[in-house]
Each structure stands twice: as C-alpha cells, then as structure tokens.
Design a binder for this molecule. Structure first.
Ligand code: KG4
Ligand code: ZN
Length: 343
C-alpha cells in the first residue's frame, strides 16, 4: 500500500506518495523568495509558510494519485533534525490526519532519508547495493555513513562545525551573492580558476570527520585584506575566489569519501543532500570512483534537494518493522543524530 511522505524541516514544504520505491505523486513548495532578502532562513517565516502550504500539497498529491487517506498504509513525516517550529507543522498535521482517518504516523530522520534517496525508482537508474558509503552534504549536515541496510547505518564521520552547504551559504553572504549560497557560488565559480587562491584543505587527522569553519574564516580574511569588496560583482578576482572556495570543499568531501571506501567493505558510494546538486562535486566524485572501479549512485538534483518522496520511502521501510510509530504525544527532534534514529 502507498505511503504519504511530508517534509517541513527547513525552507521547503514537500509531499509525495510512494509505493515500493515508485512515486505516485509529488509536490514541493519552496520558500526561497520569502527568505532571500534576509540572507538566510528565518524560522518564524518558515513555520508560517509551511502552515499555509501543507494542506494544499497533501490534497494535490492525493488527487494526482487518485487516492484517499483510507488507501494509505501510513503517513511518514520528518521528525528531525531541523527547525523545531517548522518540523512541528508537518508532524502535527500528520497527527491530525491520522486521528481523523486511521493510518499510523511514522517519524523519520531527514539525513537518513537523504542517504536512501537513490532507491527511488525515479531518482537513480540503478538502486545502490548494500553495504555502501553515503556522503550526505546539505545546509545543516555533512555526514559519512556506512549503510548496511535501510535501517542499519554506521556513522563514519561528520562535521565538527559548519556543514558544507552552510559554509557555501555564509561565503555567498560575505560576497553579497544571496541565498542559498551553493547554486550562486557554483555559477560564479564557472568562470574562475580553482587554483587562483591557495586555500586550506581542512582534513581532520583522526577518523573521517570534517571541519569547514577555518576555511570560511580564511576566505573572509582574504576578501577583507585584499579589499575584494571594492570589486565589481563580475570581476575575475571574485570568480577566482569562488572557484577556489568551492574547489577546497569539493576536494575535502571527495578525499574523505574515498578514504571511507578504502577503509570499509563498501560496494560503492552514494552522494546525496542539497550540496550533491553541485556539478563540480558530482564530476570530481564520479572520477574518483571510476579510478577505484566502484559504482557511484547520485540521485537527480531534485532528489538531492529536500523532497517528500525520500521521506515516504524511509517511512515505508520503518512501517514494515513497526519502527518509531508516533503517538499523539510525540515531539519534534530538532537535533537528532542518525545513530539515535535507528531501531
Ligand atoms: O538538503 P538541502 O536541500 O536542505 C538541508 O537539508 O539543509 O540542502 C540545502 C543546501 C544549502 O546549503 C545550499 O546552498 C546547498 O544545499 N546547495 C548547493 C547547491 N544547491 C544547493 N551547494 C552547492 N552547489 C549547488 N548547486
Ligand atoms: Zn535536506
């Protein structure tokens, strides 16, 4: 039976109906235009926008799929991590639907769902094979996992400070490029030279953790010391800085992903999360995996970004095991490591 997935953890409201990895209907409403002028996500505005969108999107996907609530195996909702007020919108909405019509609500972890997104039939031509290494790089998270099964993850590494997407967002804000940073930095970097500025490649010696905050500070110092703010937005110097900054992040992510593959019995790798929309990262990781003769599974960009289908997919796996079915009293989990979300 199909599962309805609902996502409202950050700045995208999304709903989708998925059955056995196939998407029957999906709808996403982005809030980018609401947050852009503030240079980042404003939690209060996000919650209100989710409230305005969630019922509409749910109705849309049910109508598109030709289903009613009674036809669903369950309702899957992002329980965390994310903004608490934003998370509560979809959680409480799902609880209300469940009370009214019966299907159970299951709470899923957003980061875990990203790492499973390539199983969606519409996202990737071939499904991944367990065990695989997953790099999830987004605005809030940068994590490396060994994924042994849908609900069996080992954490291999994570960021000790900023997430990769967060570093790109802050860098873009410094340069006055707008929000979100990833796509605008990528665009500017296309006409720049990644070797123009010798930026650090921050690698943590112990384990496979990441740290991006020093790199961000180094870029800010360069920008201020060299008075780059006086340059026109389309100047080659700024394009060079963007290319160098993006290049450093791509190299660090790729290096740790390759180390993870060498240290484990993984069959191949998954690249996921919003930062995985980045063309340079996709290309660099693909080359590294080809050199190791290992397969790489990267979802189409729409399934790297936040979406309801990945939430429904993971929810269906949890429903099959009766894992984390939410009671009426269940709360949002704004900070929720994947290791705490597993059975
Ligand atoms: O997964 P996601 O949509 O939301 C979170 O779970 O955080 O990721 C959003 C992040 C933002 O930091 C955004 O700047 C980054 O993904 N991003 C990109 C690109 N598109 C989005 N980063 C690099 N290159 C891109 N093309
Ligand atoms: Zn995400």
């Amino acid at each position: 039976m199909p599962v309805l997935g609902l996502e409202s953890s950050c700045d995208e409201t999304a709903a989708a109906i998925v059955e056995d990895g196939r998407i029957l209907a999906e709808a996403v409403r982005s809030q980018l235009d609401l947050h852009q002028k503030y240079g980042g996500v404003v939690p209060e505005i996000a919650s209100r926008a989710h409230l305005e969108a969630v019922e509409d999107l749910t109705q849309t996907v049910l109508t598109t799929a030709g289903l009613s609530l009674k036809d669903l195996e369950g309702l899957s909702v992002t329980q965390g991590p994310g903004l608490v007020g934003a998370l509560l919108v979809a959680i409480n909405f799902a609880k209300g639907l469940s009370l009214a019509s019966g299907p159970p609500v299951v709470g899923v972890n957003h980061v875990q769902a990203h790492a499973l997104a390539p199983f969606l039939y519409e996202a990737t031509p071939n499904p991944p094979q367990f065990p695989y290494v997953a790099l999830v790089a987004s605005g809030g998270h940068t994590s490396l996992f060994l994924v042994e099964d849908f609900l069996k993850f080992q954490v291999l590494g994570q960021t000790l400070d900023d997430a990769a997407g967060e570093a790109l967002d802050k860098f873009a804000k410094l340069l006055g490029l707008g929000y979100p940073g990833g796509p605008v930095v990528e665009k500017l970097a296309q006409s720049g030279l990644a070797k123009a500025f010798a930026l650090a490649r921050p690698l943590i010696k112990e384990g496979l953790n990441f740290s991006f905050s020093g790199l961000k500070t180094q870029a800010r110092r360069l920008y201020e010391d060299q008075r780059l703010e006086t340059l026109a937005a389309d100047s080659p110097e700024l394009a060079n800085l963007a290319a160098s900054f993006q290049g450093a992040i791509v190299e660090v992510l790729t290096t740790n992903l390759v180390s993870a593959l060498k240290q484990t019995k993984a069959t191949g790798a998954v690249l996921a999360g919003g930062v995985a929309c980045n063309g340079s990262l996709r290309e660099t990781v693909a080359k590294a995996l080809a050199a190791l003769d290992k397969p790489l599974w990267v979802p189409k960009p729409a399934f790297c970004a936040d979406n309801g289908a990945m939430i429904a997919f993971l929810g269906q796996k949890q429903l099959a095991q009766g894992h984390n079915i939410l009671s009426l009293a269940a709360e949002a989990r704004p900070r929720w490591p994947v290791s705490d979300a597993l059975p």
